[in-house]
Design a protein. Sequence first.
Length: 321
Amino acid sequence: MRIAVTGAAGFIASNLVPRLLAEGHEVLAIDNFFLGKPAHVDPFRSAPGYRFLELDLLQGEALAEVFATFRTERVWHLAANSDISFGTTYTDFDLKGGTLVTYHVLEAMRRCGAREILFSSSGAIYGEPTVRPTPENYGPLFPISLYAASKLACEGLITAYAHNYNIQAWIFRFGNIVGPNPTHGVIFDFVRRLRRDPSRLSVLGDGTQAKPYVHVEDCLDGMMFGHAHACQEVNCFNLAVPDRTSVAQIAQLTVAAMGLRPEIQFGEGPRGWRGDVAQVDLDTSRMRALGWQPDLGSHEAVQRTILEIVTQVDAFPERYA
């Protein structure tokens, strides 16, 4: 199958591409390198069936032409601003890099006849729900970050295009995804800070923030399982793990794994920044009903990721400076 992957040089997509190639698909990988890194896609450049294109997805006409030329059949739409606090400073960034980009992807699909889209949404769309664990049918939805508002708008565009243009959609609302090839995130930040100054670790917020951390391999397994076993016009799932890990626990696990004894300095307040949903707990019964469950729990995913990121940061300090 001819599959286009957006955000291909980013965290999740760079772990996805080798899977698709191993399955024998032709892959069109697209990224503009705003957050993604060239080193994340360089290993695949000579692989059979692989093509990389550096393109800003806001260039709608160019994207439509590329999808048509490639004869795109399925899209893994993973491009987004995954740094939530960045969008708080640059208030149109999530609008452009999330909502408008998703419109251009869907329009390019409509024009070339592509019929399937898998979309990386977020549990952040629920805002601060009064029901936890939070199910997919929770509402009304009041997101508290521009990132989450954009993800919710993207879901609306996807469902509308699915209904009007015979497109089948799989929407996955993630917990916190962790693993190798990071571009940001709490574990990545802690490792880099400790490599710069092993005597001190500063933490945003008071450390009580707690979320389900999902290893990227489990995330991809879940998305592929959901795609294979759900067949409605629009299929929407929370993709998370049943347990959660606090920021304070992540700090302790990180310093222990690195063999350090720094002074850990916590900030004030129950959230790391405005727009941060401090307590996330997602109901995953829909995925479990399909027959899927993750291999790793939240603590296990965090511990594995710490070792993976330490290894990468130490091996490629210039890449992760």
